[in-house]
Design a protein around this ligand. Sequence first.
Ligand code: DGL
Length: 274
Amino acid sequence: MSDDRPIGVFDSGVGGLTVARAICDLLPNEALVYLGDNARAPYGPRPLDEIRRFALEMAEALVARGVKLLVVACNAVEVSAIGDITARHGIPVVGVVDPGARAAIRATRNGVIGVIGTQATIASGAYQRAVGSAAELHAAACPAFVEHVERGDTTSQELRRAARAYLAPLRRAGVDTLILGCTHYPLLAGLLQLELGPDVVLVSSAEETAKDVYAALLRDGLCRDGSEPPHHVFLTTGDPDRFRALAEVFLGGHELARIEVVEAVSASPVGGVA
Ligand code: DGL
């Protein structure tokens, strides 16, 4: 039987669109409700308990729309709140950290992996735990990246200079594989690959996460059949026109670029970034 309820996907902003896109590629019959908390991005520099509070609100908003599964398409949310989100709602919850770590372990040839992410993610040590003793892991926080991507900047000189500085220690450590431990970073893949050279494998968790979503849908009998085309909904706590413009650029020629609805949902007042 077809389960026509949508899959909920959320992030602090537009980064989770990289995961949404991978889900649509793998599971084209599934409908998505995407929620970006653009009004309060970036999450990465905030204290964990604040990220947790925002994340619980976002999850709640999606559950209220009747989603059948939640995808935490944000590493900073996952390291702060995935346990609470899972405990609070009786639906499957899929994250991005384990899928990314798994893909990197498979990809590395010399056993030296790098991970880049926001301050919250890197400080949490989540990737160290996920990679464990399977490889040597070198981590670097890249605090400037998310704000550039949220502004639509993926190629500026300023961004390249920042990338060079963040990546220098990872290059010195000889990483042959780099985990993009923030869902905004696949949007910087061109720039990152240029800085690291063609021999370093960039690992985005998006495709692996989509496979985990498929496995969870199969396991729980939640798949939607293809008798009707899916209807995707995009929600933002920020400016819907701004979100639409960014999403259309970041989704490129993808079918998701036909954004049917962008609604603003409310967020509690923006707190200061610590
Ligand atoms: N896309 C989020 C992540 O994967 C970015 C968090 C932020 O807003 O700083 O961590």
